[in-house]
Design a protein around this ligand. Structure first.
Ligand code: B16
Ligand code: MG
Length: 217
């Protein structure tokens, strides 16, 4: 029986990946490192500092820790300037309706995101009240694929892992859900998300009945 659903943020609820990309690209170009959309795939679901390390590795660059902190802050400022302009219509199609449907049917809902900006983004999109619990990058010490973010979500909702379903778009996120002993629905390309129990391309037309049949197969 499904008692709780846990949602990743970036790539599941809103496409902030394009803003992360623009901000990292601006930063990388400033360092003389070329950074493409393909490189950006490596950063999905990965923490801010780890993302910077990956970019520096691409450019064969090593920097002192204080220099790296400065760059990470700079990237976040660029990112926030995009986020502050974001509008409600940037919610991915159908996701708000799906969350409203499951809540009406008594399922509790949590956010499980690696982003330290998660609360700000939920506020900006006026969907903070859709979540019974919010676990984000400020509350976890272990990054996905470690299950910490989802285990803390389940704990906050007071639901056992086996009654939880996670929605994820990143490979590391699907692994984190599996490591937490939870069912997982991949959102995106089935090629990348083969570890998920089922994959959907998005939430348009998706409903609780379909979710229940998926998981009873
Ligand atoms: P921040 P998610 C992740 O969010 C993003 O996928 C990843 O690209 C980003 O680096 C990470 O959040 C940290 O974000 O710099 O805002 O703390 O997919 O786990 O919701
Ligand atoms: Mg994601």
């Amino acid at each position: 029986e499904i008692k709780a659903c846990l949602f990743d943020l970036d790539g599941v609820i809103v496409d902030t990946a394009k803003y992360h990309y623009l901000a990292w690209q601006q930063l990388a170009n400033g360092l003389g490192i070329s950074f493409t959309e393909e490189h950006n795939e490596l950063l999905k679901g990965v923490s801010r500092m780890r993302s910077l390390d990956i970019i520096l590795e691409l450019g064969n660059t090593t920097l002192a820790d204080d220099e790296k902190m400065k760059l990470a802050t700079q990237k976040n400022e660029i990112y926030l300037s995009y986020i502050q302009r974001m509008k409600d219509d940037e919610l991915l199609p159908g996701v708000k309706e799906f969350i409203e449907e499951i809540r009406n049917k008594g399922i509790v809902v949590a956010l499980g995101s690696a982003s330290k900006n998660a609360r700000l983004i939920l506020k900006q999109l006026h969907i903070e009240e859709l979540f019974d619990a919010i676990i984000d990058g400020n509350e976890v010490t272990q990054a996905k694929p470690d299950p910490e973010v989802f285990l803390k979500g389940a704990e906050a909702l007071q639901v056992e892992s086996r009654s939880c379903v996670v929605f994820e778009d990143a490979i590391a996120g699907v692994e984190a859900a599996k490591n937490a002993g939870m069912a997982c629905i991949g959102v995106g390309d089935p090629k990348n998300l083969s570890e998920a129990d089922q994959v959907i391309s998005g939430f348009e037309g998706f409903n609780l009945k379909q979710l229940a049949t998926f998981l009873s197969d």
